[in-house]
Write a protein that binds this ligand. Structure first.
Ligand SMILES: O=C(O)CCC(=O)C(=O)O
Ligand SMILES: [Fe+2]
Length: 228
């Protein structure tokens, strides 16, 4: 199977959405492993908390760290879909969102270019997309965010999302800080999802596993210091 079969037709180039990419058992297993991590593995942010696996990405390069097998299994499945073409993913960001939490619109930048893949577990969420500000608008009072919204993707639990091309490089993505979402035609992929138009979905605790390929890696240097 190739990821290209799952293209979201109504979205700009290019989004791919795979419902039920993992089973309920796999979802529970991932949850267990994520919550088995020691407390310092969590980094607390204002509106979410996260775990970083595989090394700390840095513009100068990432010093790679071993990835646990419970994550590697899922990364291998994504590799099989050829989501990273001839590359293999080497980094995972685990984000936890409570109902009402989200993430500000942003682009992921050059460090992970050209592919973002995300496994969703626990609850649904809605990823919103926005046109970037034009150069002249950065000086003026910019257009409101809602005017820049071009649509969204409904991310069901156990699904996999793949973003490439303009959906990676050009449009901003973010998650609104709300506790409920209504299924509308603004959701590019609603036809690929189980809920029906008009359904109101209440958010629960959602975990996203953002799996990416960091091209620039540094080999860990062995430094021999003299013992004092
Ligand atoms: O949780 C998500 O699906 C989005 C996370 C995200 O955009 C990021 O970590 O860059
Ligand atoms: Fe992002």
């Amino acid at each position: 199977m190739c990821y290209k079969e799952y293209r979201v037709q109504n979205a700009p180039a290019a989004a791919y959405y795979i419902p039920n990419f993992i089973t309920q058992n796999e979802e529970e297993y991932l949850m267990q492993q994520i919550y088995a991590a020691p407390k310092p593995k969590w980094k607390e942010l204002a509106h979410r908390r996260l775990q970083n696996w595989g090394g700390l990405p840095h513009p100068k390069g990432m010093v790679e760290e071993p990835i646990p097998s419970w994550l590697q299994e899922q990364m291998d499945k994504i590799t099989t879909l050829r989501a990273f073409e001839d590359k293999i993913p080497n980094h995972v960001l685990v984000n936890e969102y409570l109902p009402g939490q989200g993430i500000m619109p942003h682009v992921d930048g050059p460090m992970f270019y050209p592919t973002i893949t995300t496994i969703n577990i626990g609850s649904h969420s809605v990823l919103e997309f926005y046109t970037p500000l034009q150069l002249h608008e950065e000086m003026e009072q910019s257009r409101s965010l809602s005017m820049r919204n071009i649509g969204s993707l409904l991310l069901e639990p156990r699904s996999l999302l793949i973003l490439k091309e303009d959906m990676y490089t050009s449009y901003l993505h973010g998650i609104s800080q709300v506790t409920q979402d209504t299924v509308t035609q603004d959701m590019f992929n609603f036809e690929q999802c189980t809920p029906m138009l008009g359904d109101v979905l209440t958010r629960g605790k959602r975990i996203s596993l953002t799996i990416r390929h960091v091209p620039k890696v540094l080999k860990a240097k062995l430094v021999f210091g003299r013992a004092r």
